[in-house]
Design a protein around this ligand. Structure first.
Ligand code: FES
Length: 56
């Protein structure tokens, strides 16, 4: 599922980024560009980060 349409980033890519050490939206922005354009994806991206951190 696409989370960030501006950069064509999926939830799977975000989960992989968290597995590689990202813990915040700022980290994701640096690695994947998520949230750096229109910003509409930031809320969902944060939720995915949080859910992934809770699991691991
Ligand atoms: Fe992510 Fe626009 S959808 S910056």
């Amino acid at each position: 599922m696409y989370v960030c349409l501006c950069h064509a980033i999926t939830d799977t890519q975000i989960k992989q980024a968290v597995d590689q050490g990202d813990t915040s939206l700022a980290d994701l922005k640096k690695r994947l560009g998520v949230g750096s354009q229109c910003g509409k994806c930031t809320r969902m991206a944060s939720e995915i980060i949080q859910a992934r951190l809770d699991v691991t």
